[in-house]
Design a protein around this ligand. Structure first.
Ligand SMILES: NC(=O)C1=CN([C@@H]2O[C@H](COP(=O)(O)OP(=O)(O)OC[C@H]3O[C@@H](n4cnc5c(N)ncnc54)[C@H](OP(=O)(O)O)[C@@H]3O)[C@@H](O)[C@H]2O)[C@H](O)CC1
Ligand SMILES: [K+]
Length: 232
């Protein structure tokens, strides 16, 4: 178990809002998402390099956790992976349509169907289905992909963005047997990560010491240009 402090689901979204307020962190959501997605791509490259696991499926949900995975998909493509995106419920918000256009320009296929076939063909998966706003139980159209994550975590590496999808943010895997091989907690680990046994990274270099002290979280020791720190 990692020794780094955790932040609960309500506090995590309040901190997120503070990071984006003009008198708080001063960031825009686009910036935070770009850094978050880059951090996840960094972790994937460190753990599951393209020489060994070239074909990546990014599973993308409807919220910002999915947005992080869309950004990650673009960076992984630039890092030399062959990336495909499963995105069953596409957001029409400009931030998200922009991310989809960027992927199209880099030749990354985005599909909405045949998720079973997509899983079969992948060497590894990035799980960006649900983040810290997930409230159980899982609803359509995500039941199939959550079932597949559950099945494939025993077969191939899966890196979860912020939260293993389907886990209760504070309680953990209450109604799920999904155990990804890697987790990239953004800003700070959420309480469910205490029950996570795999490789644990923290990423998202957006908090200064003042904010970290205010929210009772740790800033891990990032090395040089690294976007993630392995804490377990
Ligand atoms: N500072 C940071 O750490 C940053 C984190 N980022 C990422 O943002 C997510 C949180 O994003 P948010 O949009 O708040 O929420 P989610 O991505 O978790 O998903 C919300 C959508 O999921 C739907 N939902 C919720 N529960 C269910 C369910 N049981 N079944 C189906 N669908 C569900 C929900 O739908 P509603 O109808 O309930 O509204 C939402 O549509 C965080 O985890 C990080 O990954 C930022 O990108 C950057 C800063
Ligand atoms: K996730």
């Amino acid at each position: 178990m990692s020794v780094i402090r955790t932040i609960g689901s309500k506090a995590a979204s309040a901190l997120d809002r503070e990071l984006m307020s003009p008198e708080g962190g001063g960031f825009s959501i686009d910036q935070l998402m770009e850094l978050a997605g880059l951090a996840v791509a960094n972790a994937v490259y460190k753990e599951y390099p393209p020489s060994k696991y070239p074909k990546v499926l990014c599973a993308v949900g409807v919220g910002n956790n999915g947005g992080d995975a869309l950004v990650c998909a673009r960076h992984l493509t630039l890092f030399g992976y062959k990336v495909r995106v499963y995105y069953p419920l596409r957001s029409k918000k400009p931030l998200f349509t922009g991310l989809q256009t960027q992927l199209a320009r880099f030749g990354v296929p985005i599909v909405e169907t045949d998720v079973q076939k997509e899983f079969q063909q992948a060497d590894q998966i990035v799980d960006g289905i649900f983040g810290f706003s997930f409230v159980p139980p899982v609803r359509e159209p995500f039941l199939e992909v959550i079932g597949l994550l559950n099945e494939y975590c025993k077969k191939i590496p899966i890196t979860s963005v912020d939260i293993p999808s389907g886990w209760d943010v504070d309680e953990g895997p209450v109604s799920s047997n999904f155990e990804p091989s890697s987790l990239v907690s953004l800003t700070a680990p959420k309480p469910c990560s205490k029950l996570f046994k795999g490789t644990h990274f923290v990423g998202g270099r957006f908090v200064n010491k003042e904010l970290a002290d205010k929210w009772d979280i740790d800033i891990p020791k990032y090395e040089g240009v690294d976007q993630v720190v392995k804490v377990q």
